[in-house]
Structures are given as structure tokens and as C-alpha cells.
Design a protein around this ligand. Structure first.
Ligand code: ATP
Ligand code: MG
Length: 223
């Protein structure tokens, strides 16, 4: 089986002198096309840093990241944006929804860069919100939604382009057990049916057991 994403000897250093933090130290990692990997570790251990590096959002201090054989941090910005938009769906820990767009418009946004007609974009976004049990909130703005509702909008936005790599940073952090279960069922279904690779950060022990492999970050290493 071919690797979708590969980290080769990756180190990330933040800050200088007494503010120096090294959340990732000489990390090697590879993710195959059909894998569903959960990532755990204490708060501040480097989980967000790790998934950002994997998803083309954070250039490591040293080391290499390959995505479908392309060297992610050596290609130019246009090519990197193209790869991210086409192939990677990212659910941010802090959602990153756009405040002046409705739930539907937020979800439809990644399709805008693909020259898909507006009515088709909005219809797809509505269907995606429906799968998250959020169709009744489609025309609400983020400020009019609860934390868990914003989280589900962020997930819908990440999934709308049918990405081959889905990265989700604590996607169930604000959800009650039942809603969290619904969301995890959606991830499992996508993993099984679409053969998308999933990298999912969680603090939650039952969520960590859902995937096909679980890794833990400790003192800058994957264990
Ligand atoms: N931009 C930055 N500049 C300096 N230090 C940073 C920066 N971003 C993160 N850090 C530090 O790096 C470490 C790892 O941060 P990271 O966000 O990856 O942790 P995490 O495992 O995702 O934590 P949490 O579970 O709380 O989300 C933390 O100690 C954090 O303080
Ligand atoms: Mg984090």
C-alpha cells in the first residue's frame, strides 16, 4: 500500500531561549490511504502542531513532509494551496468559521474555489449540514450557534470537497456523547466508504478507540 503522508525526521521548535519549546523531535510518521489514526497526548504535548505539519499548515523547523509524493514545504504557495483545497479537509480546534457568512455559506466556501455554480454549492452545503443534523440552522451566523453547532459546521466544511486526507483537531471536544457518537459514525463511514485517510486528535478515551490505529505524543516523540 502506498503512503499518503510521510513525515521524515521532523522537528518543530517554537520561540527562543527561555521561551524555546520543542513539541516535535525527529519525528518519523507515515499514514496510508485507508488508515484512520487517532492522536492523543496531554494538553500542550504537540498534537495540534503535529496535525498542522501533516496538513500543510505549519512548516517544520527541520525535516521533510511528503504528501502523495509531493514535498509539501518545497512546492510553491500556489501549488500548496491547490493541494490543500483539492485533497485536504481540516477541522480546526477553534473552528475558524467566518463570522459574516451563514452556516451554509461557511460550508459551501471550499467549493467556491472550484468554480462550482452557486445553486449547486448551496445545495451540497445544505445536504452536508443535514447529515450533521443541522439543516434547521443553515441560515444562522456563527454567533447565533452553540459551540457544538459551530463544531459540526466546521466538520461539514472540511468534508464537503470529499478530501482524500481529513484532519480533525478535537472534533468532538464540544459535543455531548450522543452527538459525538453521530459525528464519529460519520468519520468511520467516510473512512470505510471513501477510502479517505483520517487523522483525528482527541482527549476522549472512547473516541481514541474508534480508528484503525492510535498514536500518542509524549515529550516530542510519537509513542
Ligand atoms: N506559535 C507558538 N509559539 C510558541 N509556542 C507555541 C506556539 N504554538 C504552540 N506552542 C507551544 O507548543 C506546545 C505544543 O502546542 P500544541 O498546540 O501543539 O499542543 P496540543 O497538544 O495541541 O495541546 P491541547 O491539547 O491543549 O490543544 C505547547 O506547549 C504550546 O505552548
Ligand atoms: Mg491542540
Amino acid at each position: 500500500m502506498s503512503d499518503m503522508t510521510q513525515l521524515l525526521d521532523v522537528t518543530v521548535v517554537y520561540g527562543k531561549k527561555k521561551n524555546r519549546v520543542v513539541p516535535l523531535k525527529n519525528v518519523d510518521f507515515s499514514l496510508e490511504k485507508s488508515e484512520f489514526v487517532t492522536v492523543t497526548g496531554r494538553s500542550g504535548s504537540g498534537k495540534t502542531t503535529f496535525v498542522q505539519v501533516c496538513g500543510g499548515l505549519l512548516t517544520p523547523t527541520t525535516g521533510q513532509v511528503l504528501f502523495e509524493k509531493a514535498d509539501l514545504y518545497k512546492v510553491n504557495d500556489t501549488r500548496l494551496s491547490e493541494i490543500r483545497n483539492r485533497a485536504i479537509g481540516f477541522v480546526f480546534q477553534s473552528f475558524n468559521l467566518i463570522e459574516y457568512l451563514t452556516a451554509s455559506e461557511n460550508v459551501a466556501l471550499p467549493l467556491l474555489f472550484r468554480k462550482i455554480p452557486a445553486d449547486e454549492r448551496m445545495e451540497k452545503a445544505y445536504e452536508m449540514l443535514k447529515s450533521m443534523n443541522l439543516d434547521h440552522r443553515a441560515s444562522h451566523y456563527p454567533s447565533e450557534l452553540s459551540g457544538g453547532e459551530c463544531q459540526r459546521v466546521a466538520i461539514a466544511r472540511a468534508l464537503i470537497t470529499d478530501p482524500t486526507l481529513i484532519i480533525a483537531d478535537e472534533p468532538t471536544g464540544n459535543l455531548d456523547y450522543e452527538t459525538g457518537k453521530t459525528v464519529m459514525d460519520i468519520f468511520s463511514k467516510i473512512s470505510a466508504e471513501k477510502k479517505a485517510a483520517i487523522l483525528l486528535v482527541t482527549h476522549n478515551p472512547w473516541v481514541a478507540k474508534v480508528g484503525t490505529r492510535s498514536i500518542r505524543i509524549e515529550k516530542g516523540r510519537l509513542v
